[in-house]
Design a protein around this ligand. Sequence first.
Ligand SMILES: Cc1cc2nc3c(=O)[nH]c(=O)nc-3n(C[C@H](O)[C@H](O)[C@H](O)COP(=O)(O)OP(=O)(O)OC[C@H]3O[C@@H](n4cnc5c(N)ncnc54)[C@H](O)[C@@H]3O)c2cc1C
Length: 556
Amino acid sequence: MQKKPSNREKIEQQLMNKKFDMVVIGGGITGAGIALDAATRGMEVVLVEMQDFSAGTSSRSTKLVHGGLRYLKQFEVKMVAEVGKEREVVYENGPHVTTPEWMLLPLHQGGTFGKFSTNIGLRVYDFLAGVKKSERRKMLSKDETLSKEPLIKKDGLKGGGHYVEYRTDDSRLTVEVLKKAVDNGATAINYTKVENFLYDKIGMVEGVEVRNLIAGTVYPIYANTIVNATGPWVDTLRTIDGSKKGKTLQLTKGVHLVIDQSVFPLKQAIYFDTSDGRMVFAIPRDGKTYVGTTDTFYSDDPIHPSMSIEDRDYILGAIKFMFPSVSVSAADVESSWAGVRPLILEDGKDPSEISRKDEIWESESKLITIAGGKLTGYRKMAETVVNLVASRLQEKTGKTFKNCMTKSLPISGGEVGGSKGFSTYIKEVVEKGINAGLSKEDAEKIAKLYGSNAPILYELAKESIGKHEELSPVVLSRIRYAMEYEFAMTPTDILLRRTGMLLFDIDKVQEIKEAVIEYMANYYNWSEERKNILTAELEEEIQKATVPFEGNLIKN
Ligand SMILES: Cc1cc2nc3c(=O)[nH]c(=O)nc-3n(C[C@H](O)[C@H](O)[C@H](O)COP(=O)(O)OP(=O)(O)OC[C@H]3O[C@@H](n4cnc5c(N)ncnc54)[C@H](O)[C@@H]3O)c2cc1C
């Protein structure tokens, strides 16, 4: 990805002086996937994001690349088959951001899934998703289930289903996809908001007017096609275009809680029933257990979803219901996050019943909108959108483009020999980290997180040894990498999205936040005013993650 933030001005110059094949609005996983697909087909594409990349829903999911087993109950066979197969593709192209995770589905008397139906359901799932032999489902007896996870409620337990899903870091996945797009010639810029559309004489959209939210400048970007990939905001953009007609979005909010393993020592990922007939995940990760999600209709601004006391208590209740021996109280919630799902409205359905499928809408002005969908299906969604864009571009300009090639294209950091080669790659590259002065443990950590980009971080760490009292070389290498290669512009970009520390290591954030702010302020030469604004923004994010928002109580 482009080095050095000063490139922002250079990039803006290019944006103003050129007509692109496509502008993608929205730097979540959907937009990033489209930018990558388009760039690799030879299109000149620019992606603009009004916040940080992934700051919308794409950093707020359950962080699973999964087929959506529960959608089988709603007979969404096509979606389960397609998304299920995509899990493998996402994994193979980026094993450093996606890891197989055996999931346990405990089966209780009167629960959502019976033993027989689970056996059949998981078999259908394996078949539809084309699951490889070593990862096919196993049915477990009651004792086997309890030996996998002794904390599960014993009362009424009949056994369990054991099957594979994939754990990811949604925000890093998005950024790695985007970096690969940029490596292939795409231009991407964050903190740049589309405020208006520009139209030609016959009312066809031919560009966007954007505002640089850091410098305050406004400028146009022209393109032959415009794609609205703004997730929860797609209707806002359609309203600006005057094309919010027919189908619309229905937002629902989902919250996750993070609890320390010393309080909730879960050793096995669990997908379990709640007392109100929903299903919730509990997943061990980095010394913590995270649990979620809720699913409630949401009508506020999608930019500020946060946990309410009701959300928190619902999840605590669900933990109590399935893990009665675990004593977790509100005070044990270390951190949390909330996101809004951009679902397509289906009248009369409960939030959890609304389909997660995606659709493409094209307005009279030829604005292309991609709505709905899941993180897992991003690549396939991108392929469909870019196929349409390619045909529109051919009609309009006569240009032709290559076919989609993302199915076997490693994302940034993914050049590690696929899932099979990843462990060998780690063993080999760790030597470089050790030679750069890192401990084996630190070198391994970097290799696992950054895959084939690890050597860049090792070099940054080497340059950082002995340079900073409060920030270790490893932390400093991650900060510098985020700023120099991943367009991180604020402390929140780094501590929340590029490193995930704010969610899974909040104590560390409290310890280093001032040093990080100082370091960034120097690097970017911030004014006192900007530094204060960004410090307040970080504090607000910490508050949001740790303290429930009382105001939400009334609205839920
Ligand atoms: C609680 C929860 C759990 C989930 N769990 C999973 C899961 O485990 N697995 C899975 O596959 N899926 C999951 N999903 C779904 C998945 O997270 C979303 O489908 C996906 O992240 C949507 O990505 P997106 O790019 O479409 O939207 P977003 O990530 O929201 O991106 C849209 C972007 O557009 C930007 N934008 C908006 N307006 C403008 C403008 N005017 N100018 C410029 N930029 C603009 C926004 O800032 C935003 O960053 C979950 C969703 C939620 C809410």
